[in-house]
Design a protein around this ligand. Structure first.
Ligand code: F6P
Length: 524
């Protein structure tokens, strides 16, 4: 079952140079680095559009960053970047192009030689027409009333992006509709949202790239039954449902057809899909003009990613710093700490983006890797997080590099708290009593921006997308497939199909068989 190990990366000159360098600076303290270089805060910070990245609180010197950039060059990050933007099938295991960047492109023709822009432009026109009609009260339900509630039913990439953005941009939302999200296989999720909804003024958007995802179809069927029962007619489905999918046949079988079906394409991964039709709930909440600002922010980050030299390229730097800790310091996790309540869903979004993309242990040639890939990404909004798990960040036994994401144009002291945490993690504090001692020297990046607005959110999300891309290239893995989620789904289908009293399932372990029997017995 094991494939031969891929040790090309760990035997490479750039990797070995980093290992040797790490041994030299492993015990150097960041405060010493600041003392040695008075210009460090300025030198180790970078602006791209609305974002300022301060990466001075890292256990790196100019030499470290040079060696890390050599690693990126050795992996031909620039060549792979060009291949992605050229529409080559870099998602090799699925033989697909990776063109989410086209969804925010303003080019007339893109990519050169294989234009996808006509379908992208059409999809955005359709989104505009539909979201305008919903917002303007012109989209009427089965009983002739305008929509008051929009419920997006989807999961993973068909949920996390629009959910997070709708939350993040709530101050920019001016639609008369309330927009809700339902994802969980637990029907309580839907039940909770339906409890406050009126059938004759509710619009459901079933978002599923494949239109085969069990959770989404289960919830969509429950929603359909609720609607049909309340309005007394199957015809109501055509007025109250829309779909976002590549699977037009399955959507039509459900009862959603024609202009109620918004497209997706196999060259856009689910977790990269918020930039077009999957963003429909966001467009309804904030309007298509503001949605276009989101795309403009991402487009500007794409331009920065494409043109800035590796050493001054924000996503590249973030990727390299992540690799420095994961592969040379053994850091097994990475915390994302947005200091804004509006960004409370961002860690979950980034978890999927980073861990579904780079949670791989086989390289692009099918060999097992002998190095760490993506660390566990986790986090919560500050300052709540300070009162929950920062104890471990400051005094625990694990090294956890942190990203502090800090909007500054808010009142209150969230921003000051974020800066204080970064300072404390780095400086530490001596004390007579060991329990009160902080060793410090714990690294963090700070990303400052003025506002949480569509443009800035576009920049932020594209920044992390490209960070993930660069890391995937250096780790020599395919960031754009997700075979690892399939096995559990398959077994769940088998378990769900097993009737009560159906005995044990052949080929399934004794523990799971016993637990299933207990589930069935207790349910009965
Ligand atoms: O199970 C993982 C996954 O395939 C994600 O990659 C995807 O975002 C999610 O399920 C939802 O898939 P779909 O949009 O096809 O319903």
């Amino acid at each position: 079952m094991n494939t031969p190990s891929s040790n090309t990366l760990t035997q490479s000159p750039a990797w070995k140079a980093l290992q040797a360098h790490q041994a030299e600076i492993a015990n150097v303290r960041m405060d010493e680095l600041f003392a040695r270089a008075p210009g460090r805060a300025r030198e180790f910070s970078l602006t791209a559009g609305a974002l300022l990245l301060d990466y001075s609180k890292h256990r790196v010197t100019g030499t470290t960053l040079g060696l890390l950039a050599d690693l990126a060059r050795q992996a031909d990050v620039e060549g792979w970047r060009a291949r992605m933007f050229a529409g080559e099938h870099i998602n090799a295991s699925e033989d697909r192009a990776v063109l989410h960047v086209a969804l925010r492109s303003a080019q007339a023709v893109f990519p050169a030689g294989g234009d996808v822009m006509p379908v992208v432009r059409k999809a955005k026109q359709d989104m505009r027409a539909f979201s305008d009609a919903v917002r303007g009260g012109r989209l009427l339900g089965h009983t002739g009333k305008p929509m008051r509630t929009v419920i997006n039913i989807g999961i993973g990439g068909s949920d996390l992006g629009p959910r997070m953005l709708t939350q993040a941009l709530w101050r920019h939302a001016d639609a008369p509709q309330a927009v809700h999200f339902v994802a969980n296989a637990d029907p309580e999720d839907l039940a909770h949202v339906l409890a406050a909804a009126e059938p004759d003024t509710t619009l459901f958007i079933v978002a599923s790239k494949t239109f085969t995802t069990v959770e989404t179809l289960g919830n969509a069927n429950l929603a359909r039954a609720w609607l049909v029962k309340a309005l007394g007619s199957e015809q109501a489905v055509t007025h109250h449902f829309a779909a976002v999918t590549t699977n037009l046949v399955a959507a039509a079988n459900f009862g959603i057809e024609g202009e109620r079906c918004f497209p997706l394409w196999d060259w856009v991964g689910g977790r990269y899909s918020v930039w077009a039709s999957v963003g429909l709930p966001v467009a309804i909440a904030i309007g298509m003009d503001r949605f276009e600002e989101l795309l403009a922010g991402a487009r500007d980050m794409d331009a920065h990613f494409l043109s800035a030299p590796l050493e001054a390229n924000m996503p590249v730097l973030m990727a390299l710093l992540g690799i420095w800790y994961a592969n040379f310091f053994g850091a097994e996790s990475h915390a994302v700490l947005p200091y804004a309540e509006a960004l409370r869903e961002l860690p979950a979004y980034l978890q999927q983006l980073e861990m579904e993309s780079n949670g791989k242990s086989v390289d692009r040639d099918g060999r097992s890797v002998d190095y760490a890939t993506v660390p566990v990404v986790w986090g919560a909004p500050g300052t709540n997080s300070q009162h929950a798990f920062h104890q471990m960040l400051h005094q625990g036994t694990h090294l956890v590099p942190c990203d502090f994401l800090v909007p500054v144009a808010t009142t209150g002291t969230a921003a000051e708290n974020a800066l204080a945490q970064g300072a404390a993690l780095m400086a530490g504090k001596d004390a007579v009593q060991p329990q009160r001692r902080f060793e410090g020297n714990r690294p963090s990046s700070t990303i400052l921006f003025k506002h949480i607005d569509p443009y800035t959110m576009g920049q932020l999300l594209a920044l992390y997308e490209h960070k993930v891309f660069v890391q995937g290239i250096i780790w020599n893995i395919n960031s754009f497939d997700q075979w690892g989620v399939e096995l559990g789904k398959e077994i769940a289908r088998t378990l769900a199909a097993q009737p009560a009293g159906g005995g044990t399932i052949a080929g399934l372990d004794a523990s799971t068989n016993a637990l299933l029997a207990r589930v069935r017995a207790w349910r009965a």
